[in-house]
Every structure is written in structure tokens, then in C-alpha cells.
Design a protein around this ligand. Structure first.
Ligand code: GLA
Length: 375
């Protein structure tokens, strides 16, 4: 492994880390002002940084091509592509918001699997945002940094994502899930003692990434916004479950499944939180599986591989399973009783092999801490 000193020829000023996430429930709700319930992963992006005397931004990634990307102060979105666009975007967004962020050297090292629906980009953005905050004494809070990181991704990288991933990466806490109301960013940390209840969260990364993902995401978001406008509401969050049927009849047929997913998914988050508060963690299982069915049949963002993992795991005795993240591939979350972990993982791998798919990557998600300074 290369280190900061050998890349940039000087000692760093500090190291910040920010995690990837899995979302327990609450998918495609964040850009509808709805509820989400993410958990941070132990996997992080680390930003090792040093202030410069000039305005240059120099970026290097252990996972990159071995070259330093050097950018001038007047950052423009078109000037940078690939992984380097995320740290550049964050510096751009901070400067756009008037924060005094000068030049810096940044060394990135991330073990968050990329393109797996586990928020590797948000981890990268949040590590750099936290590093800039610390290095330049900006005094911004975690939610402000998350919003700036989201703005960076929306306006500089050009992905119209919601705020869940950045909030999860900045604000999650060890042993907790973050119950977040994305309408006003209020929320609370909900205890999630999986081990204490004899449970495990198995993550199955299908390694599938469909190219249509980004354009399709924007299309779904636009569909939700059109439905809210037709209902004369600021967002689909305002449709409560009891009012769902009345709302659906006012909408064209193609928008109804989108609205049904968002409204039922918000209700599933609230049910999940009530179960966690009552200590009934196993009770989450059927909610996860119902959430997957809604994403598959109504929102239509699952794919054959994620459907296969869910089906195989549930048939093998998992308590519940669902795709997590934006969809069109990516990872599946499987809730299992601890003694069943290995057996269910093997059943899923065998089902994948039998269908002729490449072997999925599997690991256990341990609810971990949000962004932090390491040294
Ligand atoms: C992606 C986006 C999030 C969210 C999820 C779906 O991860 O970045 O903002 O919309 O998809 O829940």
C-alpha cells in the first residue's frame, strides 16, 4: 500500500474516515421527503489530507490508476471524471457555499465495495467533507456537511440522489440504526442489538450493476414529483396510508405503482421502528420481504439476481430479505438467526451458481459509527 508521505512527499495533517451504509428499510423515500432507516457499515473511505499554501487540489486514490489528479482552484464539473469527481465536488460545494477551503492534498483509501448499492460515493464525499471541516476549522455540523455532500453529488457529479446516503455516512452511530425524517432531517438513533438477539444481517453483493441505473433513477424521481404535483402536494410524503386509495384514483395508471410503493414504504419504516423500539428485531423480517416485493412489483427497481437472492434466502429459512440501495443490481440484505448464517449463505451461493451467475460477495453487516477523525 502506498501512503500519503510517499505520494505527496510530506507528512499529512490528519486522517478522516466515513462509512458506507446498508438501508434496513425506506427505499426511494428520501427524495419524497419520507422516512429511512440506514445502518453504517464497518467499511469506510479514508481521506488522509494536508493543507497546501496555494489553491491547488491534488487527489490520489489507492484504488485509482496510480496517478495524481491535479485541479486548479476554479473547479468546473466538466474538468474531472471518475472517482476524483467526488472529492472535487465536495471542495466545489463547500467553496460555492462560501466556506474558506484552500488548497489541499488528499489521499483516498476505501474498502467500501463500489457499485454495490452500499454508498461508496457518499463515503468518499463525507470523508472529504469531514476532513475539510476539520482542516479549515469550518465548524459545520454533520447534517450541514451531509447536505453539502448531497449538493456536490447533485450539482457537480450530476446524480440526482436524495440525502439518505450522506446523512447515514455522517450521522450513524455504532450499534444503532438512524431513523431519519428526510423532510426536516429530524431523527433519532434506534438501538439495533442484533448479536444480543441472536441475529445477523447478511449482505449479499450480487456484483450486478445495470447501466440503465442512473437515467432510470432520475426518471423514477421525476415520476414521483409529477405525481405529487398532480395531487397538489409538496411531496408524496404528505399522502398518509389511509388516504392512499383516494390519491391513486386521481392519478394516471403509470404513476399509481410509484405512489403505492412510496406510501407503503414510509409505513413500513414506521412499523420497523416500532418493532425495534419494542425489542422485536426478528419481527423486522416480514417487513423486509414485503419491502422487496414492493420494489420489485411496484417500483420496478429490482433485477433477476436480487430477486433470486431474496427468494433463495427466504425459502431457506431467512427471517426476511430485500434489495438495499437504489436498485438495478447491487446488494441484498438478509436477516437470519445466527446459527443459520452459514447455511443460508451457502444456499444463496448455490442458487447463484445453478443460475449461471458469478459468485456473489457476502459479509455480515455490523452497525458501525459515522464519519470521524482517526488521527
Ligand atoms: C440511492 C440514492 C439515495 C436513495 C436510494 C434509494 O442510494 O443515493 O438517495 O434514493 O438510492 O432509497
Amino acid at each position: 500500500m502506498t501512503d500519503f508521505q510517499s505520494v505527496f512527499g510530506a507528512a499529512p495533517d490528519g486522517v478522516w474516515a466515513a462509512p458506507g451504509r446498508v438501508n434496513l428499510i425506506g427505499e426511494h423515500t428520501d427524495y419524497n421527503d419520507g422516512f429511512v432507516l440506514p445502518v453504517a457499515l464497518p467499511h469506510t473511505a479514508k481521506a488522509t489530507v494536508r493543507r497546501r499554501d496555494d489553491d491547488l487540489l491534488r487527489l490520489y486514490s489507492e484504488q485509482g490508476d496510480g496517478r495524481i489528479t491535479e485541479l486548479k482552484a476554479d473547479l468546473e464539473p466538466a474538468a474531472v471524471t471518475g472517482w476524483a469527481s467526488y472529492p472535487a465536488a465536495v471542495v466545489w460545494a463547500l467553496r460555492q457555499a462560501g466556506h474558506p477551503v484552500g488548497g489541499l492534498d488528499v489521499h483516498i483509501d476505501s474498502d467500501v465495495p463500489g457499485g454495490a448499492g452500499l454508498s461508496s460515493s457518499a463515503a468518499l464525499e463525507c470523508a472529504v467533507a469531514a476532513a475539510c471541516d476539520g482542516l479549515f476549522g469550518l465548524g459545520l455540523g454533520p447534517a450541514e456537511l451531509a447536505l453539502l455532500a448531497q449538493r456536490a453529488e447533485n450539482e457537480f457529479v450530476g446524480v440526482p440522489c436524495g440525502v439518505m446516503d450522506q446523512m447515514a455516512s455522517m450521522c450513524c452511530a455504532e450499534g444503532r440504526a438512524l431513523f431519519l425524517d428526510t423532510r426536516d432531517l429530524s431523527g433519532r438513533q434506534v438501538p439495533l442489538d442484533l448479536t444480543g438477539r441472536g441475529l445477523r444481517l447478511l449482505v449479499v453483493d450480487t456484483r450486478v450493476k445495470h447501466d440503465l441505473g442512473d437515467g432510470a433513477y432520475a426518471g423514477l424521481r421525476a415520476g414521483c414529483e409529477r405525481a405529487a404535483a398532480l395531487l397538489d402536494l409538496p411531496s408524496l410524503r404528505e399522502v398518509r396510508p389511509a388516504a392512499l386509495d383516494g390519491a391513486l384514483v386521481q392519478l394516471p395508471a403509470e404513476l399509481r405503482p410509484l405512489v403505492r410503493h412510496v406510501v407503503t414504504e414510509n409505513a413500513r419504516v414506521e412499523q420497523a421502528v416500532a418493532l425495534l423500539d419494542a425489542g422485536d428485531l426478528a419481527g423486522l423480517g416480514p417487513i423486509l420481504t414485503a419491502g422487496h416485493a414492493s420494489l420489485r412489483d411496484d417500483f420496478r427497481v429490482s433485477c433477476p439476481e436480487t430477486d433470486l437472492v431474496v427468494r433463495a434466502a427466504v425459502e431457506a429459512g431467512a427471517l426476511g430479505a430485500r434489495m438495499t440501495g437504489g436498485g438495478f443490481g447491487g446488494s441484498v440484505l438478509v436477516l437470519v438467526a445466527e446459527p443459520e448464517l452459514e447455511r443460508i449463505a451457502s444456499v444463496v451461493r448455490a442458487a447463484f451458481a445453478a443460475a449461471g451467475h458469478a459468485e456473489p460477495r457476502t459479509f455480515t453487516a455490523v452497525p458501525s459509527a459515522g464519519a470521524r477523525r482517526l488521527s
